[in-house]
Write a protein that binds this ligand. Sequence first.
Ligand SMILES: *[C@@H]1O[C@H](CO)[C@@H](O)[C@H](O)[C@H]1NC(C)=O
Ligand SMILES: *[C@@H]1O[C@H](CO)[C@@H](O)[C@H](O)[C@H]1NC(C)=O
Ligand SMILES: *[C@@H]1O[C@H](CO)[C@@H](O)[C@H](O)[C@H]1NC(C)=O
Ligand SMILES: *[C@@H]1O[C@H](CO)[C@@H](O)[C@H](O)[C@H]1NC(C)=O
Ligand SMILES: *[C@@H]1O[C@H](CO)[C@@H](O)[C@H](O)[C@H]1NC(C)=O
Ligand SMILES: *[C@@H]1O[C@H](CO)[C@@H](O)[C@H](O)[C@H]1NC(C)=O
Ligand SMILES: *[C@@H]1O[C@H](CO)[C@@H](O)[C@H](O)[C@H]1NC(C)=O
Length: 398
Amino acid sequence: MARHRGDKEDGVDRHMSLLKLVQILSFLVVFVAGIIMGLATSSHINQYFASQARLFFTNNIEATKIPDNNCTVLRPCKTVDCWSIETFLHPKNLTHSMADEQLFWRASLMPTKEEYPFDRLPKVAFMFLTRGPLPMLPLWERFFRGHEKYFSIYIHTPSNYVLNVSLDSPFYGRQIPSQDVEWGSVSLVDAEKRLLANALLDFSNERFVLLSESCIPVYNFPTVYKYLIHSEHSFVDSYDEPTRYGRGRYNRKMLPDIKLFQWRKGSQWFEVQRALAVHIVSDTKYYSIFKKYCKPACYPDEHYIPTYLNMFQGPFNANRTVTWVDWSLGGPHPATYMGINVTESFIQSIRSNGTECSYNSEMTSVCYLFARKFHPSALEPLLNLTSTANLHMLAGFR
Ligand SMILES: *[C@@H]1O[C@H](CO)[C@@H](O)[C@H](O)[C@H]1NC(C)=O
Ligand SMILES: *[C@@H]1O[C@H](CO)[C@@H](O)[C@H](O)[C@H]1NC(C)=O
Ligand SMILES: *[C@@H]1O[C@H](CO)[C@@H](O)[C@H](O)[C@H]1NC(C)=O
Ligand SMILES: *[C@@H]1O[C@H](CO)[C@@H](O)[C@H](O)[C@H]1NC(C)=O
Ligand SMILES: *[C@@H]1O[C@H](CO)[C@@H](O)[C@H](O)[C@H]1NC(C)=O
Ligand SMILES: *[C@@H]1O[C@H](CO)[C@@H](O)[C@H](O)[C@H]1NC(C)=O
Ligand SMILES: *[C@@H]1O[C@H](CO)[C@@H](O)[C@H](O)[C@H]1NC(C)=O
């Protein structure tokens, strides 16, 4: 019975399994066809997205691409990539709307990583603190010509003054956002810090020289550059003067932060290396003490930086200035040299007067790289001197 049943069932089973097979086969056909169609469609979609993605990428790159790497202040790029490393490292346009507080904070940022992600050719920042015009402009332009890769210029003027220089001058477009300065007041230190901070925004600047409109160079550019770049020290005049013009200007209210033995005096025309420039723009505490307690007959520009560096950066300072000046006449102002006073032997005596100075723990006869004060009438004879064979400012340094 079981077998019969089995036979019958066998017959039915055979029928059923045949049906199933057909079903499975047709299912398979549909399934495979589905897969093939699916694959085809999805690959088409992939391709579609891929091509779209490529299109979008292309479009994006086109949109943010700088037309060429020729962007200059004179010929600004149409599309500027705000996040390019170049814009960050070497700002070309000095115009900005940062307040001093914001600017000093930004300028105080120092990289921790030792290597630079670019070829860093150290530059000297020439910072001109002026009352307006630059009468020695043609002399400086001659000094800088041909050395464009090695320097940056920054000019601080009265707030509404517009310096009129030709488009091809290295001074073109180099005015920083300035504020009015009252000579003898702390606003002079503000202007110095403003110049330092603007110059610090360019990461290639390594040495920072402060100059006035009455300053002249007394050596050629390569000599000045080598002297500063290879110096282990900064050149900030800083000395203890036990008279009423020195210690006499100290205020006991500066205690306990500044003590009399730390008090220093020095010419405001400084030269500092990058690390010291960062320290100067970063200070608020000591600056505030000077602002509060150093008022005429105390002059912040003659005491703040010399004292501050003496307290915290003494070993990095040569304690002498590289800007020559003549105090021999006495009185509150140094001598001003007119056209009639400018002779070859006079300039030679500034370059080397028989006195030696220490430089990187050796002695050298080159003590001064710049000189003041020169009247506008001195320009023509100076240009004459620098173009004669004897004194074309090519006399090397070592
Ligand atoms: C840069 O500008 C100069 C002159 O305008 C041109 O001759 C040169 O081809 C430009 N360079 C690039 C990379 O566009
Ligand atoms: C520099 O930037 C300022 C403001 O962002 C702009 O007004 C000025 O035209 C720019 N100067 C140059 C020479 O590109
Ligand atoms: C700028 O100087 C040029 C050449 O010396 C002169 O032609 C031009 O009038 C001056 N512009 C202004 C605004 O003083
Ligand atoms: C400059 O004076 C400081 C003290 O403030 C001293 O440490 C430093 O050695 C001096 N510099 C040189 C080059 O003698
Ligand atoms: C410049 O020369 C004039 C005339 O010789 C002289 O009176 C004056 O003292 C000189 N000035 C200086 C600073 O040497
Ligand atoms: C040379 O210059 C130094 C520094 O200014 C000065 O102290 C010295 O008296 C000068 N020497 C001569 C011979 O003029
Ligand atoms: C400059 O040199 C020229 C030619 O050597 C001369 O004629 C002129 O008088 C000189 N000017 C001054 C101010 O020395």
